[in-house]
Design a protein around this ligand. Structure first.
Ligand SMILES: *Cc1c(COP(=O)(O)O)cnc(C)c1O
Length: 343
């Protein structure tokens, strides 16, 4: 049986969180002399530490109650919080899959947590049998799954994820940074069914706000409470909260951009597959395409010379480039360059 209290780090359980001025008084008043702010200006006040207005809007968009939402300074803060709340440094372990997003391992190292990396199968899926025998390890506190996966672009099988969730007594962090581009639904509506599930999304990709640094976690309210206890009080600036709010009030651009990106992703995938230097174009449910080349290093250098930068992922997947879907003009530019490379 999953018991949250058993997997919270003892120091976090006992922690008395910092109580800021905005925690101690929240009502309406006309004279605020409680936070040592400068009385002049319009960015002079500390922001809402719990981003209530923003969470109300996110709740409406996502259909998740505000009390089940946590906002981080990018998903990166949420990943780090998972290590800090659930994993004892020098003792506990986390598990992830490879190839996947590099930040999980970096965050584990920063927190002195051992990371177990299970290879994905040849279709970049998770073989449950490779995970099964790890689930009973008392030291294993956190499993991180990325779906759609970066850099491979595929979604993970929901049945396998559900099986892990029901067999595992630790936390499963599901990174859905690219879910807006995927054919399969988010698992955010399953947080009530699985108390050990944290679903993470971001405003950095489909919403076009990478520079704003806001990531979302959806989870049971007890998990959210622990995140709030550990985070720095004012982790999302007022300017950043407002930038997301503006975007959420005009979602037409989001929907039309996602549709454009998906359409051009599928066009690019077909066109890449026709090039003779290409060995394989992996199916993508994200806003990038993983392509295996005959000689990825040579193609990469050639593209750089033409002013086009892609990601050379050959160190993790032999001879593979990860190509982000850009605007139509940018996509046509890379297609033209690759055709000329062949010629
Ligand atoms: C881009 C990306 C994110 C987003 O990180 P932010 O800190 O929210 O910008 C998260 N996970 C994966 C796998 C990504 O590729």
């Amino acid at each position: 049986m999953f018991d949250l209290e058993k997997i919270i780090r003892p120091n976090v359980k006992q922690l008395t969180p910092y109580s800021c001025a905005r925690d101690e008084f929240q009502g309406k008043a006309d004279t605020f002399l409680d936070a040592n702010e400068n009385p002049f200006g319009n960015l002079n006040r500390y922001p809402d530490p719990y981003q209530r207005e923003l969470k109300t809007e996110i709740s409406r968009l996502k259909g998740v109650p505000a009390e089940n939402i946590f906002l981080g300074n990018g998903s990166d803060e949420i990943i780090d919080l998972c290590f800090r709340v659930f994993c004892n440094p020098g003792k506990d372990k986390a598990l992830t899959f490879s190839p996947s997003y590099g930040m999980y391992e970096v965050s584990a190292s920063v927190n002195d947590v051992t990371i177990i990396k299970i290879p994905l199968n040849d279709k970049f899926g998770i073989d449950y049998d490779n995970v099964k025998n790890r689930l009973s390890d008392e030291k294993l506190k956190l499993i991180i799954i990325c779906s759609p996966n970066n850099p491979t672009g595929n979604c993970m099988n929901i049945t396998v994820i559900e099986k892990i969730l029901s067999e595992f007594n630790g936390i499963l962090l599901l990174d859905e940074a690219y879910i807006d581009f995927a054919g399969q639904p988010s698992m955010k509506d399953q947080i009530g069914k699985f108390p050990n599930l944290i679903v993470m999304q971001t405003f950095s990709k489909a919403f076009g706000l990478a520079s704003v640094r806001v990531g979302m976690a959806f989870a049971g309210k007890e998990i959210i409470r622990y995140f709030n206890k550990v985070k720095p009080p004012y982790n999302i600036s007022k300017i950043n909260q407002e930038a997301v709010l503006r975007k959420l009030k005009k979602t037409e651009a989001y929907y039309s951009q996602v549709a454009k990106i998906k359409a051009d992703r599928d066009r690019l995938s077909k066109e890449f597959a026709k090039l003779t230097g290409v060995v394989e174009v992996y199916p993508s449910e994200a806003n990038f395409i993983l392509v295996r080349m005959k000689d990825a290093g040579r193609v990469y250098d050639y593209l750089v010379k033409r002013g086009i930068i892609v990601r050379n992922r050959s160190s993790v997947i032999n001879n593979c480039l990860r190509i982000t879907v850009g605007t139509k003009t940018e996509n046509n530019r890379i297609l033209k360059a690759l055709r000329e490379f062949e010629a």
